[in-house]
Design a protein around this ligand. Structure first.
Ligand code: ATP
Length: 951
């Protein structure tokens, strides 16, 4: 446990620490009211005085680290080596007076070093932009806090909190500021972020502690950044922003996630292979050259020059930058489709998802609940009305009835209000056609729907809370699937056969019914017979079979308030059954198409829900997730089978019902063991382990707890299943584009290397066809610019009509390696033929080196044809709409103009060591380069005719 000095700026003014003040005094010090909160004027004033509740980001890599990281790349290190060797050769030439007239010494060295620096700076700019963008994305998912302010309960962004605010906490939230507990119920908080202590700490409001109590023992305080694991609380905010305990130890803040993507890792492996390969090649060329010609210093120098060019040619200098930009653009496109990426690898790995495990409520359905039926033991009421507006009728046997005439219904409606943590609020709405009010809920939609139902029978929370104040509760959790509250009955006439205290309980009908001994008949408690139990379960099944979400209600009058800790096994026994409430949570209309799209794309959607199996099945059928007769596995069954047995079943089951969060973890693990690549949604605190285990953990942006968001790779801003499918589609596009430009860049590199290596063999007296400077130009500009344009290529028409690729496949899989070698060889053959012809042709002119410029130009222009043709793997260029990616055409035109400038603008010509080509020569270069385009188009036709698909 960490010991710290006295906390609290405001308390410091009084000379005391918050944990040693009692509640009333704390409220007085901060001039706040536990029921009404601060006034708006006070908030304004305090925001000015204390600033907004934000921590200054100190974590993450600093600028120096990012810059230095750029130069840790083995390929850049090799380039630096090449620069120095090239500089050394120039020194030798200077000493021996070997420089040609007009040749600038150290040109290549300076150019290579400049490129290395430029590459480093570009990488730095992109990475720091990516880090900032990720940090900004992270802020977008920053938590909301429920507070009481100016007499109202509202939700504000965490940064708007000020000392004196009254903050409401519930399970799953991350505490947004430091505070003094005013009230709590079963509150347990995990303070690992602060104290390193993994176990949750039980908190208590009604205590004041000694001043020297260490931080970890201040159980009447809560701290920013810690997580509410269980229970509820009302808290007086004492410190915000950098004044909080977390602010004080800001270095313990979690850093922005920026792990290298699997692709980046593979790229650095590729770098190692390329560098080692090129060094071996260099050694071979020098050795073979020397063996052939015998030792001769001039030959040695020219062989070293060839080797240097080869070493430069083999390194794809532009590739890392293109990859970073592609991933960054991917995150932007995804956020436009409501998927917020929290960890960069998710952009690329999303494309490989084979199974999407989704919650039902809110993700597949709208989470806008409307109660349609209420069934007591003897009566069945239909309920009318729409949305959350508390206006509607109770219909019994076709007739509208007054709820107050039915004691069972009346007590059930009372339970709806009392056993409820949500709030129903009416916002003024003057829009034409509206009835003057826009009803909204704050809190869980299931509970919101219950408040609306109660409102239809004239039971309002505001009136009832005073007559029946809550004195205890056992909160809802997905494991318990029920909640109970104990209220003190101070009303005169709400319930006829009341006692001093009443326990109200609601939750999964089967579980509540198990705990009931009686049922309410009129105002009397009657013994519940076995037949009646079966009838209730039958009614429950009927409602659930229609896709309704059904809750059971019960109550228990009690003479005394139970003392000490509330024991659920004792309290939730011997209950009086009240009835069932069935609410409709309609499926989201867009999900049906998204499910069909998933299936077409070879992705299996799976529903995992805490709800009843019949409700789950009805909705799954409606959405096309499961077919008639498909197997449903329940939490109870899951509990009984071993992990191996689950693995056998997991491929056949599309619906898991009545599951608890820990089952989700088992399901993900079983699927993964079957080789599946799993995306899994979750919203609760206890979903975090499953989200972490899944290949893509997806949290809900609206209903998700902060803890689940923290554990996720992606957040759904609209909680919608269709968004997962959209993000998967984007992931596939990103991955396809990355493979496309890798093929494009590395194919040309292989062509360059082979051409340079062939030159001393074919033209022993010709010298090196390409200088390192020209090669750098090709790799960075004539390859790099079109590659960037290829990175934004839109989706191919079949992107969601093919099965996912294996996420663990090598980068060279599905013919990519073979394509690179094949295209590299074609490149080299074309250029070598041209080189042979141009060399002989150029000897007749006054400038015998002109053939080198022809080789240089042909290689560059051939890459332009390659860029145009590679846009699609299957469609011919004439079949593609040029406007779907105008950037490629823009890049080709721009690069061609730049290339021509290198030949025809005198200063550039001098710098790059080129010669002027006449029109005929230029046309010959163009002709040879067009052959590259023609070859790739012919390949597509060939594949089409012979029916094979190529990656
Ligand atoms: P999903 O897992 O698809 O989101 P869900 O909302 O039904 O579905 P949980 O929130 O874990 O899953 O709820 C499980 C069950 O607990 C519900 O089916 C219902 O019977 C019961 N339940 C849900 N909300 C409450 C609540 N606020 N109070 C009491 N019981 C509830």
């Amino acid at each position: 446990m960490v010991k710290t000095a006295k906390t609290a700026s405001a308390a410091a003014e009084t000379g005391e620490a918050w944990h040693s003040l009692d509640i009333e005094k704390s409220l007085r010090v901060l001039d706040s009211d536990r029921n009404t909160g601060l006034t708006n004027e006070q908030v304004k004033e305090r925001l000015h005085k204390y600033g907004s509740n934000e921590l200054e980001e100190t974590a993450g890599r600093n600028s120096w680290d990012i810059l230095l990281d750029q130069f840790k790349n083995i390929m850049l290190l090799m380039l630096i080596g090449v620069a120095f060797v090239s500089g050394f050769l120039d020194i030798v030439k200077l000493q021996q007076g070997d420089l040609k007239p007009g040749e600038v010494p150290f040109k290549d060295t300076i150019a290579i070093l400049l490129i290395v620096i430029l590459n480093g700076v570009l990488g730095y700019l992109q990475e720091s932009r990516a880090e900032k963008a990720l940090a900004a994305l992270k802020k977008m998912s920053s938590p909301k806090v429920r507070i009481v302010r100016d007499r109202r309960t509202l939700e504000v962004s965490a940064k708007e909190l000020v000392p004196g605010d009254i903050m409401l906490l519930e399970a799953g939230v991350q505490v947004a500021a430091d505070g003094r507990l005013i009230e709590e119920s079963n509150l347990q908080i995990r303070e690992a972020a602060l104290t390193g202590e993994a176990h949750a700490v039980e908190k208590e409001a009604d205590l004041h502690l000694g001043e020297d109590t260490p931080l970890g023992d201040r159980i009447n305080l809560v701290f920013q950044g810690t997580e509410v694991v269980q229970g509820r609380a009302k808290v007086l905010v004492t410190n915000t922003g950098m004044k909080t305990e977390l602010g004080r130890i800001a270095e313990m803040l979690q850093s922005v996630e920026s792990e290298p993507t699997p692709l980046q890792q593979r790229m650095s492996q590729l770098g190692n292979v390329l560098v080692t390969g090129s060094l071996v090649l260099v050694a071979v060329v020098i050795l073979v050259g020397l063996i052939r010609t015998g030792w001769n210093f001039a030959t040695f120098i020219s062989l070293v020059e060839v080797s240097l060019s080869m070493a430069v040619a083999v390194v794809p200098e532009g590739l890392p930058a293109v990859i970073t930009v592609t991933l960054a653009l991917g995150t932007q496109r995804m956020v436009r489709r409501n998927a917020l990426i929290r960890k960069l690898p998710a952009v690329e790995t999303l494309g490989s998802v084979t199974t999407i495990c989704s919650d039902k409520t809110g993700t597949l359905t709208q989470n806008k609940m409307v109660v349609q039926q209420v069934a007591t033991v003897k009566q069945k009421f239909q309920v009318t009305g729409e949305g959350y507006t508390p206006e509607g009728e109770f219909i019994l046997e076709g007739k509208s009835v007054n709820a107050n005439h039915y004691p069972e219904l009346q007590t059930l409606l009372l339970a709806c209000v009392e056993c409820n943590d949500a709030e129903l609020q009416c916002e003024a709405n003057n829009a034409p056609g509206s009835n003057g009010g826009n009803w909204k809920i704050l809190g869980d939609p299931t509970e919101g729907a219950l408040l609306t139902l109660a409102g239809k029978g004239n039971f309002q929370k505001e009136n009832l809370n005073q007559q029946m104040p809550r004195v205890g509760e056992i909160p809802f959790s997905s494991e318990r699937k029920r909640m109970s509250v104990i209220v003190k009955d101070e009303s005169e006439s709400l319930i006829e056969n009341s006692a001093n205290f009443i326990l109200f309980c609601k939750g999964s009908p089967e579980l509540i019914l198990q705990r009931c001994t009686y049922y309410l008949e009129g105002w009397q408690n009657a013994e519940l017979t076995e037949n009646q139990r079966q009838e209730v379960l039958e009614k429950n099944n009927q409602m659930a079979g229609k896709g309704l979400r059904v809750l059971g209600f019960a109550y228990k009058p009690m003479d005394n308030k139970p003392s000490g800790e509330l024991n659920e096994d004792q309290l939730e026994q011997g209950l009086v059954w009240l009835g069932l409430v069935g609410m409709l949570d309609a499926p989201r209309p867009e999900v049906r198409d998204a499910v069909a799209k998933c299936k077409n794309a070879g992705i299996r959607p799976v529903m995992i829900t805490g709800d009843h199996q019949l409700t789950a099945r009805a909705i799954a059928h409606d959405l096309g997730i499961a077919k008639e007769g498909d197997r449903v596995l329940t939490g109870q069954e899951l509990q009984k089978i071993s992990q191996q047995e689950l693995e056998q079943e997991v491929d056949q089951v599309s619906i898991y019902a009545r599951v608890a969060p820990e089952h989700k973890l088992r399901i993900v693990q079983a699927l993964q063991n079957r080789g599946k690549f799993v995306a899994m949604t979750g919203d609760g605190v206890n979903d975090a382990p499953a989200l972490k285990q899944a290949d893509i953990g997806i949290a809900m942006g609206i209903t998700g707890t902060d803890v689940s968001k923290e554990a996720s790779d992606m957040v759904l801003l609209d909680d919608n299943f269709a968004t997962i499918v959209a993000a998967t589609e984007e992931g596939r596009v990103v991955y396809t584009n990355i493979r496309r430009f890798i093929k494009y860049i590395l194919g040309s590199n292989i062509g360059e290397v082979l051409t340079i290596a062939a030159a001393p063999i074919i033209l022993p007296m010709g010298g090196v066809p390409l200088t390192p400077l020209q090669i750098l130009w090709m790799n960075l500009v004539t390859d790099g610019v079109p590659a960037l344009a290829l990175a934004v290529e839109p989706a191919e028409p079949n992107v969601m009509k093919r099965p996912p690729f294996n996420p663990r496949e090598s980068i060279f899989a599905r013919g990519l390696g073979w394509y690179m070698v094949r295209i590299g060889v074609i490149f080299a053959i074309l250029t070598i033929i041209l080189m042979e012809w141009a060399f002989t042709h150029a000897q007749g002119y006054g400038d015998p080196d002109r053939w080198k410029t022809m080789v240089f130009t042909t290689l560059c222009l051939a890459q332009m044809g390659h860029a145009i043709a590679i846009r699609s793997n299957t469609q011919l260029t004439i079949e593609l709409n040029p406007m779907t990616n105008p950037y490629v055409w823009g890049a080709v035109i721009l690069t061609t103009i730049l290339q021509l400038m290198l030949i025809y603008v005198p200063p550039l010509r001098a710098f790059f060591g080129t010669q002027v080509l006449d029109f005929g020569e230029l046309m010959i270069c163009l002709g040879f380069s067009m052959l590259m385009f023609v070859w790739i188009e012919l390949e597509k036709l060939f594949i089409r005719w012979f029916g094979k698909t190529r990656s």
